[in-house]
Each structure stands twice: as structure tokens, then as C-alpha cells.
Design a protein around this ligand. Sequence first.
Ligand code: CP
Ligand code: NVA
Length: 308
Amino acid sequence: MTRHFLNLGDAGGDAIAAMIGDAIDRKAARAGYAKGRADDDAPLAGHVLAMVFEKSSTRTRVSFDVAMRQLGGSAVILDAGTTQLGRGESIADTARVLSRMADAIMLRTDDHAKVEELAAHATVPVINGLTDLSHPCQIMADLLTVIEHGKALPGLEVAWLGDGNNVLNSIVEAAGLMKFNVRIGVPAGYDSDPAFIAAAMAAGAGITVTRDAAEAVRGADVVVTDTWISMGQDHAEAKLAAMAPYRVDPALMAQARPDALFLHCLPAHRGEEVTDAVIDGAQSVVWDEAENRIHAQKSVLRWAFGQL
Ligand code: CP
Ligand code: NVA
């Protein structure tokens, strides 16, 4: 069976734990290496990853490319607008062609159904590099970062502030798989996908939704936010106004545990969802989180190729 990574549940909790363990080990084993140098075992030597971007990216683009180099393979990056996909070639035919030319495919797109259709017609692993529904690769890096900073996942209290978006959906999914809790502080009208919440709660995660930002953050081990306006969304003044009470500033951060970590997938809109004092402050681990996209995705790739 071809292993696709469209959501975290495609791998499951045991495989996620194995991937994070692998990422920690591999990161330590290559400490001090130049970033483009291959790992000593080069486990994906000769393998090519094709990446298709229908939306902008800095981290996902660079981290997957560098991840493939470190695994001994290589990557081809396609901007959909300059491909035949952008001129109407079907996703199914694109899947068939890229499956003959590459060993795995990563897609960043809008409608999640597109990545599902790509996977349905691909004969090589397909990885979700962000859709409007979810961002599983980001959350792999987030989990790695939290563990690296000394926090165990079971029972962890994670507070989310702001928009109920794709990143939150994957955090909620992770909570069900890895047995942690999420307090969601979002304004009415901007809630996240109820199906992800129901599934996580059924799996034993504590998921609470509140309109009170301080209540969401109180006593949390990890505080997370993201842009209020995701790619493809209108820059609506009404939305920005509704989000204002959920800005993560030092006063809100002070409601969390003193040793709480601050996470943000980036790019940040400083002064909107987070202030400089927080993102540049002592509790922020956002640069580790960004670097960990490389290390986490190397293990996702190894899992997709059946090496984990
Ligand atoms: N966090 C993240 O996915 O960043 P990019 O949009 O730069 O890839
Ligand atoms: N929620 C954001 C994440 C960017 C990495 C977006 O979809 O634009």
C-alpha cells in the first residue's frame, strides 16, 4: 500500500511517535554538518521529490528541498502557475505523470479534495504541504519542538488563540492521536472544523472552545497562534476587529505557566496576532520550530517510503 500523508491520522499516533524519535536522533547525528551535506546513511539516495505549489511558501519549499538533500535525494519544485496544471491539465493526469518521474509528490493547495484526488491517482506517496483544511507537516515540527524543549505530549495543555484555521485543525487532530489537550480561544464565527474536534474528543483529548482569550491561556504549557488572514482569504476589516482580543501580547502570555512555550508556524504578522515582545521574547521557540520543519519532514519522508 502506498503511504500517503494527507493528515496526521494517515500515520497514526505510534508512527508519529516513531517519526519524532527518528527526527531527534537524526538531528543529533548531523550536528555541525553544513546544511546541504547528506546524512551519513543517506537513506533516500537516488530518490526525487516533486513539489507542486498552488500557494506561496518559504519554509515548506526550502525545508523539503533541504530535507531531501540531507536524506541523499533531491527535489524538483514546480509553481503550479507555470505548469500545465495551471492551464487545466487534470490533477489525475498530473498524478500519473509525476508518479512516473518522481518517487514522491508534495502538494500545497487550497481545496483539500485536490490533495486527496492527487493521492487517489498517484502510485507514489503524496504529502500534504498545506491545504485550506490542514497542515500536518507543520504540526510534526511543532510536536518535535515541544518535546525538544522538555515537554511530554500526554496531558500537555495547549492554548490556541485567533482564527480557527488549517493549522488548528491539525493541532486538534494531533491532540487526539498523542493524548494532549487544546483550549481554543477564537471569536464566534471563526470556529475550526467540528469534525476534527469531535474525532479528537472521541479519542480522549480534552478540547474546549472559549470566547475568552485569558481563559484559553490560563495555566497552558504551550501557547500557539497563527495569522488571522490565511492564504486565499479576504483581508476583511471585520475579521481583524473580531480577532483583536486574541492578540498574544505579554499580558496574555503571563496567564500561561511561567515556563510556557510560544509557537507560531510563521509567517508572523507582527502587531496583529502576536506582538514583538512575545515572538522575540524568552518563551518563543519559533526559530527552532521553523528549523524543525526540515528534521520532522525527513522523518515523514522516511515513513512514506516505508523506512519507519
Ligand atoms: N509555516 C509554513 O508552512 O510556512 P511557509 O508558508 O513559508 O511554507
Ligand atoms: N494558516 C496559514 C498558514 C501558513 C503557513 C495559511 O493557510 O495561510
